[in-house]
Design a protein around this ligand. Structure first.
Ligand code: GTQ
Ligand code: FE2
Length: 357
């Protein structure tokens, strides 16, 4: 009897909490403070062989222009309730531009990059500087830099966009502005002004000695990325240090003014595994997207196993153990939010199984 009175009183208390816009911790704590991350995002795989034909159909049916701005098709993680997000912090999309098409200039507080898995012919004009996009290149569009894209080649082109849209939305930090139409630079130089000034490692122009949070270098070319990965593996062959793990070369794309990440909210890296090599199994606080640039193999994410072919994409939720096994030489591009975790001292990492020697 006392119990019944007690339960009724308790129910009144909870009702009064709700009416006063209050909620007790003790009924919520399991969800709010789990022992370790319990991400809603799932490990997922998108095959390039599925994405490209869908992008082509969008190219046939959907014009690109002012308003919609971009013919970009987002990876929507099925764990994220229908939102167009790859992970809780990362936007990943395949963007498609046909011959002669123009994606109009705009700017926004969201930071962005393009990574080109195949093709040629598009220039992204970043703060008035036309930057050529070719296979294996990483092109930056930092926060609030004007940017539009134009196609001057003879074959339609698709590439990967990475942005911090979900993070910026969650933080209520989104700002956006349209550019002037018809005034974009449509020239097609081989080398951008940004590269002419900044693509000289270890050499700072004296006209620009201060740090800038966004990298002034807007293009990281495949030739140099490839050479740096190849050199790490050559050094390994010679018994010298330099590789990240046995049979696993890796580089991070950095801002030449700080030596830190190329973008403040998105870490970008390129990895190369020798044929037959395996990575450690590693889990990291924070989420990531990986795209195969060249080669084949498998990825294991939180017990799920994905076969990987050129252009394929996977999502890695926070704290999900991740391991790659290369069949052929396997070149992998990745971007993640780990830099944000570092800035906030929330970074954690654990190797659950070391790479074999
Ligand atoms: O190319 O400017 O995938 O603003 C999403 C938002 C691409 C872009 C996206 C964008 C862009
Ligand atoms: Fe944009």
């Amino acid at each position: 009897m006392t119990n019944v009175i007690h339960d009724a009183a308790l129910q009144r208390l909870y009702d009064d909490f709700a009416a006063a816009n209050l909620k007790p911790l003790w009924t919520e704590i399991g969800n709010l403070m789990p022992e370790f991350p319990e991400p809603e995002a799932q490990p997922c795989h998108w095959a390039w062989a599925d994405l490209l034909p869908l992008a082509r159909r969008a190219g046939d049916l959907v014009p690109v222009g002012r308003g919609g701005e971009r013919r970009a098709i987002a990876l929507a993680n099925p764990g994220l309730a229908g939102r167009p997000f790859a992970t809780p912090t990362l936007w990943a999309a395949i963007q498609y531009l046909g011959i002669g098409e123009v994606a109009p200039a705009h700017r926004h507080s969201q930071g962005a990059f393009r990574f080109v898995v195949q093709g040629d012919g598009v220039w992204t004009v970043v703060n008035g500087d036309p930057v050529r996009m070719r296979a294996g290149d990483l092109l930056l569009t930092p926060s609030m830099f004007w940017h539009g894209h134009h196609h001057a080649g003879d074959r339609a082109m698709a590439w990967l966009d990475g942005l911090d849209i979900p993070l910026v939305q969650k933080l209520d930090a989104a700002f956006f502005q349209y550019g002037d139409d018809g005034t974009e630079d449509r020239s097609t130089p081989d080398r951008s002004r940004s590269e002419r000034l900044w693509a000289h490692p270890g050499r700072r122009p004296l006209s620009a000695l201060g740090d800038s949070p966004n990298s002034p270098l807007l293009a990281y070319r495949w030739a140099e990325t490839d050479a740096s990965l190849a050199a790490q593996l050559e050094l390994e062959d010679e018994g010298e240090p330099g590789v990240f793990e046995p049979g696993h070369a890796a580089i991070r794309f950095t801002n030449p003014t700080t030596g830190g990440d190329a973008l403040p909210t998105l870490r970008t890296e390129m990895h190369r595994l020798r044929p037959g090599a395996s990575t450690s199994t590693r889990r990291t606080a924070g989420s990531a997207v990986w795209q195969v640039f060249r080669g084949s193999g498998t990825a294991q994410v939180d017990g799920r196993r994905f076969r990987l072919a050129e252009g394929d994409l996977i999502t890695v939720p926070s704290w999900a153990p991740l391991r790659f096994d290369a069949e052929t030489q396997l070149d992998l591009f990745t971007f993640n939010d780990h830099r944000i975790f570092e800035v906030l001292s929330l970074d954690r990492q654990e190797i659950t199984e070391a790479a074999r020697r």
